[in-house]
Write a protein that binds this ligand. Structure first.
Ligand code: 13P
Ligand code: SF4
Length: 302
């Protein structure tokens, strides 16, 4: 294992590459990552990294976002089949109907989306900046896609706006039930409950804090509490524990595992660095419009 890590570190230098990783990838992958973060952070740092190759350890939409924001750079995915199922849960027909119905409609898509969906949307958001970005929009009518749970949560914070929600979801987060959460709370009555906004409404109602992966880590790190129940993908425990060695973290369900994120391995990282395979290539017809949607997010989220 150590030899593999050394080989990757050497290849990184030889190929002038930076390795970016999402919190949900495995701990061994994080050992070779130069930067680890949530979806917004990864999109942001991709634009600042001086290296001309980015190895994106995460799911497809993250690699596509890095490429859309850095068309001149090479973006490599360790596993190109690591897709986020939610990214495909949308309907262009539904968007077009909503545009006909509401004159001032803003189509807002979660960054967990395909380049096609981004090309049909006015602006993109992540879980950490959705509130700020949508609040900054002049439009009252908001079509939010694909994640219904995140959309409903943001809508509850912005009563001055009218939201039309679509029905996408994250199979990992909706797999955490209110029953799981109640049982975890009973087992750990002093623990604070931290959840991702992709969780269902009834789980969010039980939370002390709702936020993105980095929001959850920052909250737990700043908190005086010693125990936390974590309602998001299990990979985050590595970072929570690293930053807070004296605090305890519990997960309410055994199903909090994103199989796509776990497809990224050290062997695959080494392979793409060696061969340059699995480069992200975007459809010419979509990429300019999709890039505008992402760049608008970067502007409004500042
Ligand atoms: P974050 O932007 O909070 O890291 O979320 C990404 C994700 O895929 C959550 O399921
Ligand atoms: Fe997609 Fe859910 Fe995995 Fe995040 S945790 S990448 S939303 S499937």
């Amino acid at each position: 294992m150590n030899q593999l890590i050394e080989e990757i570190n050497l290849l990184k230098k030889q190929k002038n590459a930076v390795i970016l990783a999402h919190y949900y990838v495995s701990g061994e992958v994080k050992q070779v990552a130069d930067l680890i973060g949530d979806s917004y952070y990864l999109a942001k740092v991709a634009t600042k990294a001086p290296q001309n190759t980015i190895v994106l350890c995460g799911v497809t939409f993250m690699g596509e976002s890095a490429k859309l924001l850095n068309p001149q750079k090479t973006v490599l995915m360790p596993d190109q089949t690591a897709g986020c199922p939610m990214a495909e849960m949308y309907s262009i027909r539904q968007i077009e109907e909503a545009r006909r119905q509401y004159e001032d409609l803003a189509v807002v898509c979660y960054i967990n989306s395909t380049a096609e969906l981004k090309s049909y949307s006015d602006v993109c958001v992540t879980s950490s900046n959705a509130l700020r970005v949508i609040q900054a929009l002049p439009n009252r009518n908001i079509f939010f896609t694909p994640d219904e749970n995140l959309g409903r949560y943001i809508a509850s914070k912005l009563p001055e706006k009218h939201f039309i929600l679509s029905n996408g979801y994250c199979c990992v987060h909706v797999g955490i039930t209110a029953q799981d959460m109640e049982a975890a709370k009973q087992a750990h009555p002093n623990a604070k409950v931290l959840v991702h906004p992709e969780c269902t409404e009834d789980v969010i109602a039980l939370a002390d804090y709702v936020g993105s992966t980095s929001g959850i880590i920052n909250y737990a790190t700043a908190s005086d509490a010693d125990e936390f129940i974590v309602g998001t993908e299990v990979g985050i425990l590595y970072d929570l524990q690293l930053k807070n060695p004296n605090k305890s973290f519990y997960i309410p369900s055994e199903r909090q595992l994103c199989n796509s994120m776990k497809k990224v391995t050290l062997e695959k990282i080494k392979h793409v660095l060696q061969t340059g395979e699995n480069e992200v290539v975007l459809d010419d017809a979509l990429k300019d419009k999709a890039a505008v949607c992402l760049s608008r997010m970067m502007q409004l989220a500042k």
